[in-house]
Design a protein around this ligand. Sequence first.
Ligand SMILES: [Mg+2]
Length: 418
Amino acid sequence: MDTYKKDRVILHCDMNGFFASVELLDHPELRDKPMAVSGDPNNRHGIILAKNQLAKEHGVVTAETIWKAKEKCPQLQLVRPHMDKYKLYCGKINRIYQRFTDMVEPFSIDESWLDVTASRSLFGSGKEIADTIRRTVKEELNLTLSAGVSFNKVMAKMGSEYKKPDATTVITRENFKDMLWHLPAGQLFGVGRATAEKLKKSGIKTIGDIASADKNYLVSLFGKQGKIIWEHANGIDDSPVALYNQREPMKSVGNGVTFRRDLTTESDISTAVKALSDTVAGRLRKYGYKAYGIKVDIKDSYFKTISRQKQLFAPTWLSGEIAKASIEIIHASWKKNVPIRMLTITAINLTDDLNQEQLSLFGENIESKFLNEKVELTMDEVRKKYGSHAIGFASVINNDLGIDIKSDGDGPAGRKDI
Ligand SMILES: [Mg+2]
């Protein structure tokens, strides 16, 4: 180990079955039954958002419909989601992490990286700190987590995935090849399903195969991402763990596309607006912002551009609400039948205080807003796991406008503008 004395010590902490575990705190009677957190069971489109270990053993999976889950597991108990409660626990958990280091970087609502390099003189080795954190979270909150301890963020993340639930896994420079290289390529952090399939076609089946592949060959297949996955497989990752709450405030999140053919009909416009709104909303959620305003730039086939904006009653990160505002702007400011060459939708006046939302405003249908929120958050999860093509709005798929939801998260691609 002496050779690597300068190595950092990074933890990745991942809550086990987070939504379901938080719900079980209020429903102890369901602990030994298969249970899932779901949308409205009376809604045909209601979906499974999270499940406990027993439901998992019955084959229940996240994002499937309730009726399908019930088919596999008729005795499945359903609980409605409480996003506010999950956010509350997310805060409590991250405050426990901060007793051990100020370098705590949340990755999602239930995962964080911790840099504990400088904390060891106070709290012991990386593994000891991870075990203490697990014990503390269990004692104080009655929730379990899996922790990875390693020399960089990627390896720490691989560690927390390695053994679940309620475990600590240490991955070192000495053992990472033995531990990880025999695993399927798709299990490497940063390799989605589409990438894994493409790798397989090139005969690259395991993480070890990625590590020993020619880096330039991977770059030729995947661009910049090819270099990144090669580095990850070889244990290379210098990215720092951010200080808690340290990030550049974002001013806006936008996405625009020049269409393969001009938009001429109401249905063209609706398809384009839905696709753009979906990517803008996805990025807002990814970065943890909501928008108080929406701006739309419209360029006609003579390259004349107008730019209009609209304020919202309550901030949003939902694609349906962004699309609705965008359509209203277009209707108010665009002459019907003038072909549209390019559209850009931008979320403006951003806030990262996600609790600012005043749900009681204007008799809005809270229940449907909340369900929309859950559906879109689950879409994010599904896309994270299976790639951006995995799930989308039916009307956007198979359009002839040149809109394609690219898997690198950069949003729709269309013809090149001049
Ligand atoms: Mg988790």
